[in-house]
Ligand binder design. Structure first.
Ligand SMILES: *Cc1c(COP(=O)(O)O)cnc(C)c1O
Length: 492
C-alpha cells in the first residue's frame, strides 16, 4: 500500500478510514449484483494458478489493483452462498449485523483465551449465550450462573469433539484409564460425520462407534428400542457404553431423534447425552418449533450453529454444557506464562480450557449485534418466513405428478425426487442425478443431494438471507423445465 514514504504504517487510522469505506462499497456492490453470478462456480480445477503470478510482489501494490483482481479473478471462483438462489446443503447466513460484528472483531483484534486477556470478550460471550439459552428455553443448568454455561466454538465438529473428550475422560476417571478400548459411542446412521471424526481423534476404537440403522418408518429418527438393544448387547459383552449423540435436524433430511426416550436411556446407563441441533436449533427460538428439543432437560450438552440459520456470519457454533468442570478437567493447561491473579483465584472463566486451541476470536460481538440489532421477534419472523417458503416449494412439487416428496418436511428443507417409472429404481437414480447436474449447470440456482434408503434424493434448503418467494418460484420453474428436457415431455 502506498503511503508517501518508505515506512510501513499498517494501521494508520486515516488510511483505514479511506480503505475501509472503499471495501464496504465493494462488498455492498457485490450484494447488489450477486444475482448476476452463476450460483455454483463454473471454474475448472487449478483455474487460479494461471491467473495469478508465481510469487508475491516485492513492492506495495494499491488497493484498487487488488480489488480489480478480486472482481475479475476471485469472484468467478466463488460459489455464492449468500445468493437468493442458493438452496444447497444448509444455509450459512450473513447479515448486516453479523457483518458489522465481524468487522468490529477484526478491527479490535484481541485474543481472548483467558479472562485477563480481554475481560469483556469472556464476559460478553457468557452473557450472550445466557440470552440465547433463555430464548431457546434451555434448562437452567445450561446458564453460566451455576455449574454450566455456554461457549462459542468454531464449528459443530469442534463442539462434538470437545464434549466427547470431556465425556471420555469423565468415564475413564471412574473406570480407569486402561478401559479406553471398551468405551462405546452411540448415534444413528444419519448423524453428521463429524461424530465419527471426533471418535477417530479421541481414540475411540472404530468398531466401538455404533451408528444404528434408521429407515423411512421413523423418518430416519433413531429408535430408542434399537439403542437400548445395542447398549444391552454391549454391556453383556463387557463393554462400557458412555456417549449418545442425538440429532435434531439431521444433515440429510432434518430427521429429529426422540430426545425424551433417548435421554432416559442415557440417564439409566449414566452416559453423556449430547444433542446436535446445528441447523434446526435456530428454529427452536419460535415457540411453535420448541417442541423439537423437548427432552433437552436430560442432555449434558447442546449445540447449534448460529452461523447456519441465525444471521451470524461464519464462524459461530454455540455449545452449552451442564457441567463445565468436565470440559475443564479434560482440556485445561496452566503454564507459568499464562498465570494471573484472577485465574489463580478461580474468580473467572478462562475459555481456553473449554476448547482445543489456545487463541480465540472475539466471536460473541457478532452474535450480540445480531440479537440487539434484530431483536428476538424479527429473528423468529425470519425463521418462519423461510419455513413458509419451504412449505410453498413443497406444494409446488406436490402439484407435479412426475415428482414426489421423499420425507415429510419439518423445517426449511424439502427432500424430493423424480418418481420412478415402472418401479425402475436404477433408472430413477440416474435421472435424478442428471436433473441435479442440469439444474446446477444453468447457474441460476444451486441445490444438493443426499441418499436415503438407497434413493437418490434432491435437497432444497431455504435459508439464504436474500431469498424471497419469487426466487423459490423461479427455482421450481427451472427444475420443471430441466425435468421436461430430460424426460422429453412437457410439464404435467
Ligand atoms: C452442518 C452440520 C454439522 C457440521 O457443522 P460444522 O459447523 O461445519 O462442523 C453437524 N451436525 C449437523 C446436524 C449439521 O447440520
Amino acid at each position: 500500500m502506498e503511503n508517501g514514504g518508505s515506512e510501513l504504517k499498517p494501521m494508520d487510522s486515516e488510511q483505514l478510514r479511506e480503505c475501509g469505506h472503499r471495501m464496504v462499497d465493494f462488498i455492498a456492490d457485490y450484494y447488489r449484483t450477486i444475482e448476476n453470478f452463476p450460483v455454483l462456480s463454473q471454474v475448472q480445477p487449478d483455474y487460479l494458478r494461471n491467473l495469478l503470478p508465481d510469487s508475491a510482489p516485492d513492492q506495495p501494490e494499491n488497493l484498487e489493483e487488488v480489488l480489480s483482481d478480486v472482481q475479475e479473478k476471485i469472484l468467478p471462483g466463488l460459489t455464492h452462498w449468500q445468493s437468493p438462489n442458493y438452496f444447497a446443503y444448509y444455509p450459512s447466513n450473513s447479515s448486516i449485523a453479523g457483518f458489522l460484528g465481524e468487522m468490529l472483531s477484526a478491527g479490535l483484534n484481541i485474543v481472548g483465551f483467558s479472562w485477563i486477556t480481554s475481560p469483556a470478550a469472556t464476559e460478553l460471550e457468557m452473557i450472550v449465550l445466557d440470552w440465547l439459552s433463555q430464548l431457546l428455553n434451555l434448562p437452567e443448568q445450561f446458564l453460566s450462573k451455576g455449574n454450566g454455561g455456554g461457549v462459542i466454538q468454531g464449528t459443530a465438529s469442534e463442539a462434538v469433539l470437545v464434549v466427547l473428550i470431556a465425556a471420555r475422560d469423565k468415564v475413564l476417571r471412574k473406570v480407569g484409564k486402561d478401559a479406553l478400548e471398551k468405551l462405546v459411542v452411540y448415534a444413528s446412521d444419519q448423524t453428521h460425520s463429524s461424530l465419527q471424526k471426533a471418535c477417530q481423534i479421541s481414540a475411540i476404537r472404530p468398531e466401538n462407534c455404533r451408528l444404528l440403522k434408521t429407515d423411512a418408518s421413523t423418518n430416519y429418527a433413531l429408535s430408542p428400542e434399537s439403542l437400548q438393544a445395542a447398549i444391552s448387547h454391549d454391556l453383556a459383552s463387557g463393554l462400557i457404553p458412555f456417549f449418545i449423540c442425538a440429532s435434531v435436524g439431521t444433515t440429510s433430511s432434518t430427521a429429529v431423534d426422540p430426545l425424551p426416550a433417548l435421554g432416559r436411556i442415557a440417564k439409566d446407563n449414566e452416559m453423556w447425552f449430547h444433542v446436535d441441533a446445528a441447523y434446526a436449533g435456530s428454529a427452536c427460538i419460535c415457540p411453535e418449533y420448541r417442541q423439537y428439543i423437548d427432552g433437552i432437560e436430560e442432555a449434558d450438552s447442546f449445540n447449534m450453529n448460529a452461523h447456519k440459520w441465525f444471521l451470524t456470519n461464519f464462524d459461530c457454533s454455540l455449545l452449552w454444557v451442564k457441567d463445565r468442570n468436565s470440559l475443564i478437567q479434560a482440556l485445561s493447561t496452566n503454564p507459568e506464562f499464562l498465570k494471573n491473579k484472577a485465574s489463580q483465584a478461580n474468580l473467572v472463566v478462562d475459555y481456553k480450557d473449554w476448547q482445543i486451541p489456545l487463541g480465540r476470536r472475539f466471536r460473541s460481538l457478532k452474535l450480540w449485534m445480531v440479537m440487539r440489532l434484530y431483536g428476538s421477534e424479527k429473528l423468529q419472523c425470519y425463521i418462519r418466513n423461510h419455513i413458509n417458503l419451504a412449505k410453498h416449494f413443497e406444494e409446488l412439487v406436490s402439484g407435479d405428478s412426475r415428482f414426489e416428496i421423499v420425507t415429510p418436511r419439518i423445517f426449511s428443507l424439502v427432500c424430493f425426487r423424480l418418481k420412478p417409472v415402472d418401479n425402475d429404481e436404477d433408472k430413477c437414480k440416474k435421472q435424478n442425478h442428471e436433473l441435479l447436474d442440469a439444474v446446477n449447470s444453468t447457474g441460476k440456482m444451486f441445490i444438493s443431494h443426499t441418499v436415503l434408503s438407497g434413493k437418490f434424493v434432491l435437497r432444497f434448503a431455504v435459508g439464504a438471507p436474500l431469498t424471497e418467494e419469487k426466487h423459490v418460484k423461479e427455482a421450481w420453474n427451472n427444475i420443471q423445465e430441466q425435468a421436461s428436457k430430460l424426460l422429453g415431455v412437457h410439464a404435467g
